[in-house]
Design a protein around this ligand. Structure first.
Ligand code: NAP
Ligand code: GDD
Length: 341
């Protein structure tokens, strides 16, 4: 019988790539979707017609229990979150509830559905759990590159909420013997990346300028450095973690760091443009507390899982610029969630 996976955050970037990957591996895939008329659900359905949808919300414990009871999953991937760091200052409490407490609610749903009493140590059924942890937990880094033992110093309410979910996942593993793991993923991007994140903001900006639809691109801190990879590669790592023989946490990234300035250069160059003529630095886009640099040491994943990234930084940015040029040329509207390549 096909393995069954339940994915929260199915309408997001990673949810879509993970669903595609699991479907190609022969899984029956279910996505948890919220809201009564969520336009992102129809966008997802257009791309992934084989995914079955179950209603639920990370804010609603009962809905998660019902979803687990209905789907009877072998694997649960908790990708749902408020994931845009600046929003976490504007709506810190909501971020704590969704990105942090949502992890507790999903773990509790699995515990309850497995019939294990709260606070009693015993093995929780067979459901394997993946938590989408983040390199934002490292925040103001204590060493470079960062690995599974590097300490956390989160710099945003988002990073703090992710740290809570991360430790809770470890705690349920230790308390209940659950196969529960965290992937500490560094930034990963794609043509399906939300338009609010810097890579997509830049590639869409470049496409608009190239097509004469805009004359400038306003950005914040150009000196921040990140380890950017391709989302399609990173979802394979999630699956490998849940199929491993032992539940362990892994850092996933490329091990290479680029600045936002280098990202901008790469994107404008891919379209044959000179970035310095168009980019305006806007202080209003700087963050209250910045994460200056993030760089992964993915050795453990390479050695133990056999995981390797396959798409280089330059190829990733060129892929995104090309995709956005095509989208805008075809009359697509990325702000309306109208299309997904
Ligand atoms: P994304 O595109 O922003 O997707 C977020 C998903 O969370 C959406 O499907 C959204 O659904 C869902 N969601 C929001 N609030 C919810 C709620 N109350 N209940 C249920 N679902 C809710 O994020 P992503 O880039 O795919 O990232 C996936 C996960 O990995 C996130 O947890 C993110 O924090 C984490 N992560 C991402 C990166 C990265 O670089 N992409 C790196 C490290 C960790 P709606 O459509 O209903 O809004
Ligand atoms: N979004 C955005 N917009 N970022 C900008 C801009 C701008 O106009 N200008 C400069 N930046 C800088 C930010 O200050 C940050 O240092 C860097 O670009 C990356 O910003 P984002 O793309 O918004 O991503 P993030 O690093 O804050 O968070 C992403 O990666 C995390 C993993 O490290 C998100 O996907 C998180 O959900 C994820 O956990």
């Amino acid at each position: 019988m096909a393995r069954r996976a339940l994915i929260t955050g199915i309408t997001g970037q990673d949810g879509s790539y993970l669903a595609e990957h699991l479907l190609s591996e022969g899984y029956e895939v279910w996505g948890l979707a919220r809201g009564q008329a969520n336009p992102r659900v129809s966008r997802m359905r257009k791309l992934l017609s084989d995914v079955q949808v179950v209603r639920g919300d990370l804010l609603d414990q009962g809905s998660l229990i019902s979803a687990v009871e209905r789907v009877q999953p072998d694997e649960v991937y908790n990708l749902g979150a408020i994931s845009f760091v600046p929003m976490s200052w504007e709506q810190a409490e909501l971020t704590a509830e969704v990105t942090g407490m949502g992890v507790l609610r999903m773990l509790e749903a699995i515990r309850v559905c497995s019939g294990v009493s709260r606070g009693v140590s015993s093995a929780v059924g067979n459901i394997r759990f993946y938590q989408a942890s983040s390199s934002e937990m490292f925040g103001q880094v204590t060493e470079t590159p960062q690995n599974e033992s590097t300490g956390f110093h989160p710099r945003s309410p988002y990073g703090v909420a992710k740290a809570y979910g991360h430790f809770l996942t470890q705690n349920y593993r230790e308390s209940y013997g659950m196969f529960a793991v965290s992937g500490i993923l560094f930034n990963h991007e794609s043509p399906r990346r939300g338009a609010e994140f810097v890579t997509r903001k830049v590639t869409l900006g470049v496409a608009r300028i190239k097509l004469g639809l805009a004359t400038e691109l306003r950005l914040g801190n150009l000196e921040a450095r990140r380890d950017w990879g391709f989302a399609g590669d990173y979802v394979r790592a999630m699956h490998l973690m849940l199929r491993a023989s032992k539940p362990e946490d892994y850092v996933i990234g490329t091990g290479r760091m680029k600045s936002v300035r280098e990202l901008v250069q790469a994107a404008f160059t891919a379209a044959g443009l000179d970035w310095e003529q168009y980019v305006i630095v806007d202080q209003a886009l700087h963050r209250p507390a910045e994460v200056d640099l993030l760089c992964a040491d993915p050795k453990k994943a390479r050695v133990q899982l056999g995981w390797e990234p396959t798409v280089s930084f330059d190829d990733l940015i060129a892929m995104m610029v090309e995709s956005d040029l095509r989208l805008l040329t075809d009359g697509g509207d990325p702000d309306q969630d109208s299309s997904w390549p």
